[in-house]
Ligand binder design. Structure first.
Ligand SMILES: [Zn+2]
Ligand SMILES: [Zn+2]
Length: 242
């Protein structure tokens, strides 16, 4: 009965913003214009390797200090928006409250990013950053796989979900430095089924780029497994001092 009443209300009331739950105005879809206008889209100039935006005084994109001193295994990482404000809120609701209806909105932006930064014909395969089985059981889904499936559907680039496996859980990384994170993820990903990757260009997909330690470790494993090139696309990029 409660379910029927809820459905009836959903039918009668205007749809709500997936992010702040405000009722949407006519013409608004999924996310309200206030939440959308709050998103800080990442624009050049940024690091030509990891995609971290430069704070000030830079006119051209070039490799940042971190990418010059420490090797990145991926060729290019790009993200759509800064991981803050309404985008962070939307990602949290999507990931931790199971608001998977947000997936098509996120992927629409990711498709735009894919076409902006790469020639999509470059890629043979989309690969999601895997979750450890324990985390997967808690959450019920791998958010990176949700993005990959929809991205594959919209671009026609095939995806492979069983390429990488997370063999041990990572300790929560929130308060760790880049170096500590890199140490924390070392050896935590393994390949499953090597032969399929020989000579392939892979687009690795995740929801948030934080220090890059996770995607860098995954890229290293993919290259060691025979991939020719790995690039990274994430929905958001966590920024420091920006
Ligand atoms: Zn809103
Ligand atoms: Zn960089």
């Amino acid at each position: 009965m409660r379910f029927i009443i809820e459905r009836l209300f959903q039918f009668l009331l205007p749809p709500q913003c997936h992010c702040c739950e405000k009722f949407l105005d006519e013409g608004e879809q999924g996310i309200c214009s206030d939440c959308l206008s709050e998103i800080r889209w990442i624009e050049p100039p940024f690091c030509s390797v990891c995609g971290t935006p430069f704070i000030s005084g830079e006119v051209r994109s070039h490799p940042c200090g971190s990418c010059l001193t420490k090797r990145k295994y991926f060729t290019m990482a790009r993200a759509l928006g800064a991981y803050e404000g309404s985008l962070k809120e939307a990602i949290h609701r999507w990931k931790y409250q199971g608001k998977t209806t947000l997936t098509p909105f996120f992927v629409k932006w990711m498709v735009e990013g894919l076409y902006r930064y790469w020639d999509p014909n470059l890629f043979d395969l989309l690969v999601p950053v895997p979750l450890h089985i324990q985390r997967l059981r808690e959450r019920g889904f791998n958010q990176a796989l949700l993005l990959v499936k929809e991205l594959s559907h919209r671009t026609g680039i095939p995806y492979q979900k069983r390429v990488l496996q997370k063999v041990r859980p990572t300790i929560p990384q929130v308060n760790l430095s880049g170096v500590e994170r890199a140490k924390g993820v070392r050896g935590s990903f393994h390949m499953i089924g090597k032969e399929e990757l020989e000579g392939k260009s892979i687009l690795l997909v995740d929801d948030v780029y934080t220090t890059g330690a996770t995607v860098n470790e995954c890229s290293k494993v993919l290259l060691a497994g025979g991939a020719e090139r790995v690039d990274v696309l994430t929905l958001a990029h966590a920024l420091k001092n920006y």
